[in-house]
Design a binder for this molecule. Structure first.
Ligand code: SAH
Ligand code: SF4
Ligand code: F3S
Length: 486
């Protein structure tokens, strides 16, 4: 198919202030297609925000009469919601596309769509590189998916990668996919205005915009009423959430939003992610201290422990500033866990820089860490200005050292919990055994314990008796707790 046949759907931009109702989108049962309803399959890569986007996509398509299938062989439309954060994330998607070639051979009518960050980064180029692809749809264009699918069904390739300054999908009630019925994500903002030199997200997700608080609160209430007991507020940088009422110009900050969501119900736990160290305020810490149902866990990505590296990363803080932020969190919330992201082998990283990252880890003793080798991303400031000069073998060795230290810290942290009683929200059976239940404490530490009763979605007290570096193993205390603070 010639790329000139590409259809670029131009959506009229929707202003947030135009929304008057936040009622859930009703998924009609009737199909809009002649014969049986068309079925879509969706596979998601990348961050929690992308998973939440897939739930929005499922809602948009359900409203048009499409039916979700978990079997790609049964699907009329196969969608991959993709991630570009590191090269290997994109390679996984390309490998998956080659697997779908046989699917398309057996059923030439099936449509294959690339959605999300890879669609936004590569745009129509994807159609040239991957002939199997029929649809390319960026993160702000999901409302146009039904029209794009219709276009592709008529034999033309369809692309919409327009980024929006307003789109927050505020009025769309996500269809919860692969849900445990207990924990859910709520996106509170989209995009990112930071320009970390290594990062592709500002290019794939566009400018920062915040979702109206009324729609966030309404979604939190609906989730609580349907039995959910934990929500995670999502954004690339939640602390820069800022919503201005178009009529009164009153501003809602992240601290105020957090306060409002935490007030929905004392038995609804709140988490949030991600906090950029430069933006998290004392106001946020103080709201956390006021609400025991806001979990004692802050994801505060450090990226590197070396001020020289942080400067090249354009993170806008240095190592001492970050340490002071950690101290501040502990002043307000002595029992607060801190988790992080770390990149090893960024451009120009020396052995001394690496040692400073290990020292930072020793200082904070993170409860959890996501650790990555630097992967150069085309178009970013770092790709254009700094050579990717740390050899692969050195990156791998440094990553191993960081992982080893993190495992040691997690084991220490978990051992400190042995003998203590934890308030645990039960998420369901443990992965290992149906006789065991699993849940998390406020600090996001996973706890498994034997239980005969069906306690999913309940708060229980569990005494930790042993542990690995990843998990606490406990015994259930006799009476389930009714309130978080009991
Ligand atoms: N908005 C979040 C992070 C989003 S991306 C924040 O600012 O903290 C998640 C993590 O991926 C980042 O924190 C970083 O550690 C990692 N990451 C981003 N770009 C990367 C790259 N080019 N190579 C390796 N890791 C990267
Ligand atoms: Fe990327 Fe930095 Fe934005 Fe996070 S804050 S998404 S690392 S640019
Ligand atoms: Fe990946 Fe896009 Fe998320 S690049 S990490 S899916 S914002």
């Amino acid at each position: 198919m010639a790329v000139s046949a590409i259809f670029a759907a131009v959506m009229s931009s929707v202003s947030d202030s135009a929304f008057t109702s936040y009622e859930p989108t009703v998924a009609p049962v009737a199909a809009t297609h002649i014969g049986s309803p068309r079925r879509f399959f969706i596979e998601t890569y990348g961050c929690q925000m992308n998973f939440n986007d897939s739930e929005i996509i499922a809602s948009v398509l359900s409203a048009e009469g499409f039916q979700l299938t978990t079997d790609c062989q049964q699907a009329d439309v196969v969608l991959l919601n993709t991630c570009s954060i590191r090269e290997n994330a994109e390679q996984r998607v390309r490998a998956r596309l080659s697997e779908f070639q046989s699917l398309k051979r057996h059923n030439p009518g099936v449509l294959v769509g690339i959605l999300g960050c890879m669609a936004e980064r590569l745009k129509a180029k994807l159609l040239e590189e991957e002939h199997i692809v029929d649809l390319v749809v960026g993160p702000d264009a999901y409302r146009s998916l039904p029209q794009l699918i219709a276009r592709a069904e008529s034999g033309q390739k369809a692309v919409n990668v327009l980024l929006s300054r307003e789109e927050t999908y505020a009025d769309i009630s996500p269809v919860r996919l692969a849900s445990n019925g207990v924990t859910a994500f709520i996106s509170i903002m989209r995009g990112c205005n930071n320009m970390c030199s290594f990062c592709v997200v500002p290019f794939t997700r566009g400018r920062e915009r915040s979702r109206p608080p009324a729609s966030i609160l309404s979604e939190a209430r609906q989730l609580f009423d349907s039995g959910y007991r934990e929500v995670t507020l999502l954004g690339q940088n939640v602390d820069s959430y800022r919503w201005e009422d178009p009529a009164t110009h009153a501003v809602v900050t992240f601290a105020q939003l957090l306060d409002q969501v935490a007030s929905v119900h004392s038995e609804l736990r709140i988490r949030f992610s991600t906090s950029h160290p430069k933006d998290i305020t004392d106001d946020v810490l103080s709201v956390m201290a006021d609400h025991p149902n806001i979990c004692r866990n802050i994801h505060l990505p450090v990226q590197s422990g070396s001020s020289a590296v942080l400067q090249r990363m354009f993170r806008t803080y240095d190592a001492d500033w970050y340490r002071r932020k950690v101290d501040r969190i502990r002043e307000y919330l002595p029992d607060c866990a801190i988790s992080t992201d770390i990149i090893v082998g960024f451009c120009g990283e020396t052995e001394d820089d690496h040692r400073q990252t290990l020292e930072m880890m020793d200082y904070v003793r993170y409860h959890q860490a996501f650790m990555f080798r630097y992967s150069e991303r085309p178009g970013t400031y770092a790709a254009r200005h700094f050579p990717d000069d740390v050899p692969d073998a050195v990156k791998s060795r440094r990553l191993q050292e960081v992982i080893q230290l993190q495992n040691a810290h997690q084991l220490q942290r978990n051992r400190e919990q042995i003998g203590k009683i934890h308030h645990v929200l039960v998420e369901g059976p443990s992965r290992r055994s149906p006789q065991q239940l699993a849940g998390r404490n406020s600090q996001n530490q996973m706890i498994v314990f034997d239980a005969r009763q069906a306690l999913k979605g309940r708060y229980v007290q569990v005494k930790a008796v042993s542990c690995t570096s990843a998990t606490l193993i406990g015994t259930l205390c006799p009476e389930p707790t009714k309130h978080l603070n009991d």
